[in-house]
Design a protein around this ligand. Sequence first.
Ligand SMILES: *[C@@H]1O[C@H](CO)[C@@H](O)[C@H](O)[C@H]1NC(C)=O
Ligand SMILES: *[C@@H]1O[C@H](CO)[C@@H](O)[C@H](O)[C@H]1NC(C)=O
Ligand SMILES: *[C@@H]1O[C@H](CO)[C@@H](O)[C@H](O)[C@H]1NC(C)=O
Ligand SMILES: *[C@@H]1O[C@H](CO)[C@@H](O)[C@H](O)[C@H]1NC(C)=O
Length: 375
Amino acid sequence: MRHLWHLRPSGTLILAIGVFTLLLFLLFTLQESPPTYEVREQPPETPKTLAGPTPPTPPARAPCHANTSVAAHPDFAGQPRQVQDFLLYKHCRDFPLLQDPPPSKCAQPVFLLLAIKSSPSNYERRELLRRTWGRERKVQGLQLRLLFLVGTASNPHEARKVNRLLELEAQTHGDILQWDFHDTFFNLTLKQVLFLQWQEVRCANTSFVLNGDDDVFAHTDNMVSYLQGHDPGHHLFVGQLIRNVGPIRVSWSKYYVPKMVTQNERYPPYCGGGGFLLSRFTADALRRAARVLDLFPIDDVFMGMCLELEGLKPASHSGIRTVGVHVPSQRLSSFDPCFYRDLLLVHRFLPYEMLLMWDALNRPNLTCGKQRQIH
Ligand SMILES: *[C@@H]1O[C@H](CO)[C@@H](O)[C@H](O)[C@H]1NC(C)=O
Ligand SMILES: *[C@@H]1O[C@H](CO)[C@@H](O)[C@H](O)[C@H]1NC(C)=O
Ligand SMILES: *[C@@H]1O[C@H](CO)[C@@H](O)[C@H](O)[C@H]1NC(C)=O
Ligand SMILES: *[C@@H]1O[C@H](CO)[C@@H](O)[C@H](O)[C@H]1NC(C)=O
């Protein structure tokens, strides 16, 4: 967002008019469409039955209310905001779609579906992915499809801007899958679960899924080669395996999970959330498990919990490095395309680095074996 809205005065004026028009539009549509979270913040007109176990039922999608009985717990008041939000709303799992990709997305069988978690304002990252490793194409005759999984901004003013941005992107690229919930770190599990549910209905004929972040570099050509050796009807869940870790109990950490959320001191084995590959078989299993488990605020750990419940194991793939890259030798720079040539996925690339790397890897005359510089 920072860059996008740095516009010249004339641009700002046009934008202001645009936002104003959108506002008016929203004002009118809000009265007829299912309530959004903005409506939810007003006093509910129905009597409060907050702690009731019954989920909101169709036909009219009732807004999901905070479970205020959680706040009675003596430890609640001292928790950081994101933990409080998680506890208050974790039972809410049903959110309206704001952007839905066109049916053509999955009209043909999809070999590899790239389902990339992106924050609403990460426009530049999405653009780069569309131009580089995420480009929809056929690799060795097999269809690759791209989807960005997004929520919306917590701040209503920001939300109007990003929702309009995502609407534009959806119109242009048809690759936005957006739900009306706050796109926060502790809501990533919700995003993952809602994606799996969407996929079951709208993109069932997908052999494999790459679930990842928008700041990874994925060598999608290599991925297709690797996956061709696998049967989508069998279990596959690979990434960077993380074992023998448990909840971080220091409250300043981004990953802080208090005892109020889990008493357990161990996490099951899981794969780092930067990127992992799964088969259709495993997607079905995860969906089943997610239905019966309580949401857990850390999305990749939650996938581990789902696998464990289904009696399945995550596995390591040496080509997937979501937690820092160990450069094998002094002679290779960490940005050497020859180093990345055999990898499947590496975490933390800046948008311009993705472009450079993708270009370097696709040069027909890339020869490895001696030191090369691409910059
Ligand atoms: C609300 O919180 C209470 C206390 O933690 C819990 O027992 C109850 O099941 C929760 N209700 C819902 C709908 O999640
Ligand atoms: C998740 O999204 C819901 C709906 O927007 C919101 O009420 C809740 O606070 C969010 N949870 C967290 C942990 O941010
Ligand atoms: C999925 O696609 C394959 C290959 O074209 C086809 O044989 C199969 O019937 C399709 N399955 C479903 C459930 O659509
Ligand atoms: C490799 O190809 C690029 C353009 O595709 C060209 O500019 C460069 O000179 C070539 N390098 C070698 C060593 O052939």
